[in-house]
Design a protein around this ligand. Sequence first.
Ligand SMILES: *Cc1c(COP(=O)(O)O)cnc(C)c1O
Length: 425
Amino acid sequence: MQKDNLVFDLIQKELERQRNGIELIASENFTSLQVMQAMGTVATNKYAEGYPGKRYYGGCEIVDEIETLAIERLKKIFNASWANVQPHSGAQANAAVFLACVKPGEKILGLDLSMGGHLTHGSPANFSGKNHEALFYGVKKDTGLVDYEQLEEIALREKPKMIICGASAYSRDWDYKRIRAVADQIGAIVFADIAHPAGLIAKGLLNDPFDHCHIVSSTTHKTLRGPRGGIIMVRHDFENPWGIKDPKGNTRTITQLLDLAVFPGTQGGPLEHVIAAKAVAFGEILSDDFAVYGKQVIANAQAMAKAFVSKGYNLISDGTDNHLMLIDLRNKNITGKKAQETLDKAHITLNKNAVPFDDKSPFVTSGIRVGVPAVTTRGMKEADVTTVVELIDRVLMNIDNEQEIAAVKNDVHTFMQKFPLYPEL
Ligand SMILES: *Cc1c(COP(=O)(O)O)cnc(C)c1O
């Protein structure tokens, strides 16, 4: 067969783009070479509907071992008693949690999308908001911190079946214990979506949700630095005190319901090549090197936040506990859209983001979200991310000066040569 140069040339161009630019999208990272190698293997050829030991197809004995390895490693990372590694993505993981736990029309309570929440936490554009009566809590205007009083007040009044915590654009840690105390008053399920900070939680660098939240989901490709995918976990084998039934009307444990909700509830055959790559990534996370990485992520985020503040940038909540920060650009008279588009020209990649109580549309926004997981993987330390802030500031302070932006782009390329990416490729 002839090599498909059209596609592989584009992939090579994408590699060069990743090598030359500064990647600050908070949800992105660079997997190890062996994670990518595991993905590009014959495991993609195998149909394996079902779970290890109980599949609907023959020839699954090897992929059973692969999937079991992924599950066991993941359980070890988070000290969980049960895990499902099959969700194709974070959104798929959440779809399964909803299908397992809440019936159509029942109430759910999550962080408002415009305050840092995620589409799958009840947005009207998403299945979660279309199938359920979605209610939202926000953050406090003065502090930018989650408004736990508002959460409690809505929860006690509306009695949602499930309370969702976790976010996509929130730079502070969560008080899971407090949310559980509210949920226990109304018998609600607490579901933590740790898609963003999971890699930091894995190494004990942020509060542990597992003792307080009944169910925890995550992506595997953000701070966990694995292949693109999703996972669901439970630490304590909750005996389904809610009496939730399976589609046949049988009462089951929560973990049985979750397994059924992933397959056959929302997915068909699992991506065993991606599960193999998840197993590789989980092995890396169990190593001490990953703790060094996690600590550097936090150190870099702190250094970057300080550098932005010293240049007069307005950070929501005045700083960060995790790997990202949200910047309100209104005092600089720049929209999030304009900032993203102009920084893109200098090969600095990040995303525009609504800030809490934003007066602009989600397509324009007043802010940007900046994250350090990817640049930390490339080897940046505190001094380097301070340089990155200087480069960003040069672009934003010369936003209509094409010449200066082109000069920054050249400086970005030169700077990034210090941080080799996939030298083997
Ligand atoms: C990224 C993210 C997801 C969705 O992950 P996908 O893999 O893009 O589907 C879900 N929840 C939160 C909080 C996220 O940040």
